[in-house]
Design a protein. Sequence first.
Length: 242
Amino acid sequence: MNPDQLQIAEIWVYLSGSPLFALIITLTAYQAGILFYEKANKNPLANPVAIAVVLVAIALYLVGMPYQRYFEGAQFVHFLLGTATVALAVPIYRSFAILKTRLIPLTIALLCGGAVSIASAVGISTFLGADTAIIGAFYPKSVTAPIAMGIAERVGVSPTLTAVFAIVTGILGAILGSSILNLLGMRAWWQRGFAMGVAAHGIGTSRAFAVHPEAGVYASLAMGMHGISGAILIPLLVSYIR
């Protein structure tokens, strides 16, 4: 090995063991996902989060980096989830005037959507004989990930497993949501957006904004309302069932 190759190898060993390398992988993978999404004319199948997840998994496999070391760097992004959660107050405040005019239908839709998301996931997993830890992680999976992880800690299930289910739910909602709403004949943008926000939280909301501004506003509103109501009601529900 010549001196240049040796120097490159030493730099690689240093970077691969640094938390900064994990952060670079995360941000680069997501940026690649965004570019591919835009090149595909924002096709829902080219979801940037799904692409980023695949790219990060491949990168970690190729460099042989364990998840614990990866998270040391990715935790900088993870820290921002708390800020994002607090920021949910912004769309609620901005849309409060709209909320007052449609308070009853939106509240009913929120409660029904949240109940169906829990009943379907918990019911199917129970029927298939899943472990109690997996079943418990399904309760908050339709709530935005940072709040879902907090709910998981309160009810005594794995926050990591809950985050995985929440992210998968958001990705599937963003990919399939528009097609399902079309099949149901739902045409009003505020209805479509609110449904996406309840079912697919932040990732679905991002997709709603890409489709129509009004849908994005209502998706943001639904995501915030679902996060607040879920943080209060889901722990009560789980404690009652247990």
